[in-house]
Design a protein around this ligand. Structure first.
Ligand code: FAD
Length: 410
């Protein structure tokens, strides 16, 4: 553990909390300070666009652990404060209000910020982004039956919000600039499935349409499109992606690109500073390239790796990236990254909402999207993780279980 006695973690979200916990688990006995600008102790974000928005999960179920547990583990949790500056030479972090925190090792886990819609009226009351529990507190009272919800952006969060909107009895329209939903994150076949499913649930889609203005006097009334048409709205939720929060790193002149640049071990261009989670881009061992991922898996893994490096313990073997999305009764699970695929092999039935799409590049299995098919998700994940592949014909043989297919892979 060398001379590291004080670790400061900036950002008390998924990655920051994991790093703090892992430091203790891995035997670090020194000071740990975890600073976060939000009011809640570190909490899970995925329910924000799912059960928490739906009102099926209480706020006290969001945090990973009660605040007292941090105290018991001698992790100093400072909430409601933002770190504003890093003095790399003096190895200190300054918080708003001027207090300074000296560090021997610093972990940046600052997450990402939702992109604002760059049109007039985007600041009208009734227009929201969704990143924090506080956002949901403001949104939820407006989720009343019959209210007109316009979701701008048909990514996973946008579609999850649309599903919750319908489940709550709202009149929901999704506006998407691309010709199909989920354009950045999945194949046209899978996107088509989700489009049909939502449409059957009563969601209206305006695809290939761009918001030009949010209209309203004192509160949102409609979304105006570039073609002059209008979608009436009582509430607008903008889900057009996020940008990594690299403001501290930029000011400290750390290497940044799409996120704070790190090596495989989450080390930034300053040997005393690590960056993890949504704010960082890291080499992906399974794909031979660097990327910035926005997922629970990536934040947890980064927390473990940074803690391992600081404590001189063995870092975990990197897991294949994974993700999930819940919409209505659909559980989508994704393993691997599909970019660069040249062929898709289907297994199961889209009509029955129980299928998996396997993405191949030549003979190599790259990724799987599985809807209500956990065995296909887990099997493909295991195979890719081991650097193996599955014969496409084997996948189409429904007389064989996924377990048998995986067992037969070389
Ligand atoms: P965060 O969890 O965002 O934490 C960063 C924290 O740092 C924030 O609290 C921020 O306020 C704070 N912070 C930033 N700068 C400072 C500063 N200077 N000083 C103090 N504090 C600071 N992933 C999945 O895998 N599956 C899902 O189904 C899924 N659903 C999601 C649904 C929603 C609505 C959202 C928003 C995200 C979802 N994600 C999902 C993504 C996942 O939650 C994130 O990838 C994960 O939270 C990233 O963890 P992080 O620690 O990098 O950032």
């Amino acid at each position: 553990m060398g001379d590291i006695n004080r670790v400061v973690i900036v950002g008390a979200g998924q990655g920051g909390a994991e790093a703090a916990t892992q430091l203790r688990t891995r035997g670090f006995a020194g000071e740990i300070t975890l600073v976060g600008e939000e009011r809640l102790p570190p909490y899970q974000r995925p329910p924000l666009s799912k059960k928490f928005l739906l009102g099926e999960l209480e706020e006290d179920r969001l945090p990973f652990r009660p605040a007292e547990v941090y105290e018991e583990e001698r992790i100093t949790l400072i909430l409601g404060h933002r770190c504003t500056w890093i003095d790399r030479v003096g190895k200190r972090v300054r918080m708003d209000g001027g207090r300074e925190l000296p560090y021997d090792a610093l972990i940046l886990a600052t997450g990402a910020k939702p992109r604002a819609l760059p049109v007039p009226g985007a600041d009208l009351p009734g227009v929201f982004t969704l990143r924090t529990a506080t956002d949901v507190d403001e949104i939820r009272p407006r989720f009343t039956p019959g209210a007109k919800l316009v979701v701008i952006g048909a990514g996973y969060i946008g579609l999850e919000v649309a599903a919750v909107g319908r489940q709550s009895g709202l009149d929901v329209t999704v506006l998407e600039a691309m010709p199909r939903p989920l354009a950045r994150v999945t194949a046209p076949e899978v996107a088509g499935f989700f489009l049909d499913y939502h449409t059957r649930k009563g969601v209206k889609f305006v695809l290939g349409g761009k918001a030009a203005v949010i209209k309203g006097e004192g509160a949102v009334r409609a979304v105006g499109l570039t073609d002059g048409s209008e979608i009436p709205a009582d509430i607008v939720i903008v889900g057009i992606g996020v940008d990594p929060d690299i403001s501290l790193a930029e000011k400290a002149v750390l290497a940044v690109g799409d996120g704070i640049v790190t090596d495989r071990f989450c080390r930034t261009s300053d040997p005393a500073i690590y960056a993890i989670g949504d704010c960082a881009s890291r080499p992906l061992v399974h794909y031979g390239r660097t990327a910035r991922l926005e997922s629970v898996h990536n934040a947890i893994e980064g927390g473990k790796i940074a803690a391992a490096m600081i404590t001189g313990t063995k870092p975990p073997d990197e897991e294949l990236p994974w993700f999930w999305s819940d919409q209505y009764e659909l559980k989508l699970t994704i393993a691997g990254l599909f970019a660069g695929y040249d062929r898709i092999v289907h297994r199961g039935s889209m009509e029955e909402a129980s299928f998996a799409c396997f993405y191949y590049l030549g003979d190599r299995l790259l990724a799987v999207d599985a809807v209500n098919r956990p065995a296909e998700y887990l099997g493909a994940k295991q195979v890719i993780q081991r650097g193996r592949t599955i014969e496409p014909a084997a996948l189409q043989d429904m007389s064989k279980s996924m377990k048998e297919i995986v067992a037969a892979t070389r």
